[in-house]
Design a binder for this molecule. Structure first.
Ligand SMILES: NC(=O)C1=CN([C@@H]2O[C@H](COP(=O)(O)OP(=O)(O)OC[C@H]3O[C@@H](n4cnc5c(N)ncnc54)[C@H](OP(=O)(O)O)[C@@H]3O)[C@@H](O)[C@H]2O)C=CC1
Ligand SMILES: O=C(O)[C@@H]1CCC=N1
Length: 280
């Protein structure tokens, strides 16, 4: 049952906070059963206690034996130190979830105890509002009942997709990094609006509602994105002119290259692990 699970975050940064926010808001797990830890930043820990009512402590103060799910949320460059620091403190009955981009379940299994249950997870910061698109890929020792519990835990932060681990890189490119592409789009909408004399705040409201509406149309209507686009595009109208400019300036290619670039970076992080190259 998810409500009696104790969850400890190893890492208390942006991603950890977004997940904590969604899990606390879901009210399936009491806040006192959620623990955030980091290496040294007490101010950050106090901020999380005050904001979410969770427990927060330096990682050396954590009672590892009381935890059911550990969520690794440090940077990929810190993975080796993190795995070595927990290896002798976790048991194979406990589950290690990792949200670290590019870190395969096999790498965690190789660097933890035999038969350790691990799950690779890729959420995004929309977890803050329980609107994440989150992928999970279980390791080879993870039991089905733990996968089911992990799915229930991650359902607190949004939609959950169980995928083959070889699709995790492209998932990261689309959904893990994806929110940033839309924020980038909005930055340019606001810039263009300002140049046309429209207040940036109004532009943000208009642009956000337009993106939200389009997203809901794609989620709730049967039409494909191409069909929905054609329904907007009157012959020789404003949209046709806008789309022609997008094509002329490489808009479609830019989006594809952004996703592929992020996915390739995820692959590179994995590849560098075995070469022990510290990259970020
Ligand atoms: N940001 C995002 O949108 C997403 C991020 N991710 C992944 O989440 C991870 C964290 O990203 P983000 O939150 O942006 O990074 P941050 O730098 O914001 O947070 C990293 C945190 O990890 C802590 N830390 C480092 N090493 C350890 C350790 N061994 N034990 C405990 N805590 C540790 C740091 O604490 P201290 O300050 O004390 O060093 C810090 O609180 C990354 O691996 C990233 O790939 C995944 C999906 C989306
Ligand atoms: O930029 C990063 O590496 C992290 C992982 C996915 C989103 N943010």
């Amino acid at each position: 049952m998810i409500s009696n699970q104790k969850v400890a975050f190893l890492g208390a940064g942006s991603m950890a906070e977004a997940m904590i926010s969604g899990i606390v808001e879901a009210e399936l797990i009491p806040a006192e059963q959620i623990i955030a830890t980091n290496k040294s930043n007490e101010e950050r820990l106090q901020q999380l206690r005050n904001k979410y009512g969770i427990r927060a402590m330096k990682r050396e103060e954590l009672d590892f034996s009381s935890v059911d799910f550990f969520i690794l949320a440090m940077k990929p460059k810190d993975i080796d130190e993190a795995l070595s620091s927990i290896k002798d403190k976790v048991t194979k009955e406990q589950v290690i979830l990792s949200v670290l981009a590019g870190i395969p379940t096999s790498y965690m299994e190789e660097n933890l105890n035999e038969d350790q249950q691990v799950i690779r997870v890729m959420p995004n910061t929309s977890s803050m509002l329980r609107e994440s698109a989150t992928a999970l890929s279980p390791g080879k020792h993870t039991s089905m009942d733990k996968v089911i519990l992990a799915k229930k835990l991650l359902a607190c932060i949004g939609e959950v997709y169980v995928i083959e681990e070889d699709k995790m890189d492209i998932f990261t490119g689309i959904a893990g990094s994806g929110p940033a592409y839309f924020y980038y789009l909005m930055e340019h909408i606001e810039k263009t609006a300002k140049e046309a004399g429209l207040d940036e705040e109004i532009a943000r409201q208009i642009g956000s509602q337009t993106i939200l509406g389009a997203a809901k149309m794609m989620m709730e209507q049967e039409d494909t994105p191409a069909d929905l686009r054609k329904k907007v595009t009157s012959p020789n109208g404003t949209t046709a002119a806008g789309l022609a400019a997008l094509e002329k300036h490489g808009g479609g290619e830019a989006i594809s290259e952004a996703i592929k670039g992020a996915a390739q970076r995820s692959e590179e992080i994995s590849a560098n692990l075995n070469k022990k190259i510290v990259t970020q």
